[in-house]
Design a protein around this ligand. Structure first.
Ligand code: TXE
Length: 483
């Protein structure tokens, strides 16, 4: 068993409780590591370490901070194979996906914000004949970063890097379901000499460690990515304490396929947008609306392509989908498939756990669901309104632009959307009217780290990415000078 440890005040430490949680490899269903079951006492130690480090870190020259973040990025890159294997083992995602996306992207996050801090500028407003206002952008102090299990290091670093770049000290909590790469990150931070207390990683349950971070009155800002219900609870605790809050929550993203799209390319891309990372990406499209005139043709081509996807051992080079992150989550997804049937949906493919005959011996007890396509459901039914967060999509025909917009916007979420058409006027028009924070036209998941990232409605509050994150992690202070 691998024993993971907290990273507090520059050292790897046991939780004060000396208790650990079994960490399961979802592909095998076997426990393979012990994750600290920390509590509010460990959070307090992490907070004190961060508070003590703040005075010096916030005054560290920008170039030095930049170099430190670059060294962290290099440190991850140097151990790429180890990070890739850990992420895949912990989450169940195909090894090749962790190698192509998760870990390289975590490296980029550190490099991007290392560079950003060198270019971040604040404003000044001159009042002719009166004086000048200049706005300071000061670090907040100790901030909390809480991240989920679907893109573990990628989303963890997406918060930590801008927080550190802007001069804050951090108390961070990765998901207890996928703690491994955060632990490796703490080893990298020690190896590259990150000053003690600047970053503290406390492992454990959301209800203990997460809650203690949110409730701590010395932690002045919370950046959270996870489920909408958890986000609601966090907001209820943090808002009366007047904390700064950034919440990246769930989605139920629409995919709008118009008859004039590039048909073959659209089918191919929409399959990817539906099932990457087993559908466990908050940006995956799970409600696919197809213009009526091509509905049947699209359905056939789409289902045919989905049936070619290989589900299996994440270590196999030809697996397109790996394991679902946990048994509990697998059961949740299966219960939604059952609900879809009860609501009158027709299962066009998948709809069940991967059969024993399709599994290798190593993964016979793992959590695998075949990619599932359903049609015949009303856009208002529960299956089409609630986030499933797994390899399950629905197909729904539409007749007009107005109708598809109405259906797309009918959910409580508003994270992302994709539009597939060759009519650019329409694409712009629809993009403007769709209720989402991120819209891709004829593409999916193309990310430019400078752009705002986040959602509207129940998908969250605030934006990450680019200057948005730099602004979130700094407090503006206006200073007026009479001339
Ligand atoms: O997320 P949680 P869960 C959605 C998806 C999924 C559902 C629940 O629909 O089925 O959320 O997933 C910590 N105070 N998404 O239960 O609980 C927790 O320990 C502070 C969408 O895994 O929200 C973890 O570190 N923190 C999503 C983090 O919050 C708390 C990605 C997220 O866990 C806490 C993941 C509390 N009271 C799930 N309770 C996306 N948008 O990408 C838990 N946590």
């Amino acid at each position: 068993m691998i024993q993971l440890l907290n990273y507090i005040n520059g050292s790897l430490t046991e939780p004060l409780s000396k208790q650990y949680i079994n960490n399961i490899e979802p592909a095998t269903g076997q426990a393979y590591s012990h994750c600290p079951d920390s509590d509010e006492r460990d959070v307090q130690l992490a907070y004190e370490a961060a508070k003590n480090a703040f005075e010096s870190w916030s005054k560290t020259p920008l170039e030095e901070r930049m170099l430190m973040l670059m060294r962290i990025a290099d440190g991850i890159e140097k151990r790429m194979d180890e990070f890739v294997a850990a992420e895949s083992k912990d989450n169940g995602k195909p090894l090749k996906l962790a190698r192509a996306v998760d870990i390289p992207r975590a490296v980029s996050n550190f490099r991007f914000y290392a560079s950003a801090i060198q270019h971040f500028a604040s404003e000044s407003h001159q009042m002719p004949g009166v004086g000048v206002n200049y706005t300071l952008r000061q670090p907040i102090g100790v901030v909390g970063c809480i991240s989920p299990w679907n893109l573990p290091l990628y989303l963890f670093s997406w918060k930590i890097a801008p927080a550190l770049a802007t001069g804050n000290c951090v108390v961070a909590k990765p998901s207890e379901i996928t703690p491994y790469t955060a632990y490796l990150l703490s080893q990298v931070c020690i190896a590259v000499g990150l000053p003690k207390g600047v970053l503290n990683i406390v492992h454990g349950l959301g209800s203990k460690v997460g809650q203690a971070i949110v409730e701590h009155d010395g932690i002045k800002a919370i950046s959270f990515t996870g489920g909408t219900e958890t986000g609601k609870r966090i907001a209820a605790t943090a808002a009366p304490m007047f904390k700064k809050l950034s919440l990246e929550l769930g989605g139920k993203n629409p995919t709008l396929v118009f008859a004039d799209c590039d048909f073959e390319e659209t089918v191919k891309q929409v399959v990817t947008a539906s099932f990457s990372n087993q559908g466990e990406i908050c940006l995956c499209g799970s409600r696919i609306f197809v213009e009526k005139s091509i509905y049947e043709k699209f359905r056939e081509a789409f289902v045919t392509r989905v049936k070619t996807l290989k589900v299996g051992d994440p270590n196999d080079a030809d697996s397109n989908l790996g394991a679902i992150v946990s048994e509990q989550h697998k059961n949740k997804i299966l219960s939604y498939i059952q609900l879809a049937k009860e609501e009158g949906g027709k299962i066009l493919c998948g709809g069940e756990e991967l059969g024993a005959d399709q599994r290798s011996d190593r993964v016979k007890n793992g959590y695998f669901i075949s990619p599932t396509v359903i049609d015949g459901l009303s856009y208002t039914c529960q299956t089409n309104q609630e986030e499933i967060f797994g390899p399950v999509v629905t197909l729904t025909p539409f007749e007009s632009e107005e109708e598809v917009l109405m259906m797309a916007n009918s959910v409580k979420y508003g994270l992302s959307a994709t539009i597939w058409t060759n009519d650019l006027k329409r694409a712009h028009r629809v993009a403007e009217k769709i209720e989402a924070g991120i819209v891709w036209i004829n593409s999916w998941l193309v990310r430019d780290l400078r752009t705002p990232f986040g959602g509207v409605k129940a998908s969250g509050v605030g934006r990450e990415g680019g200057w948005e994150a730099m602004r979130f992690f700094t407090e503006p202070k206006n200073v007026f000078v009479k001339t």
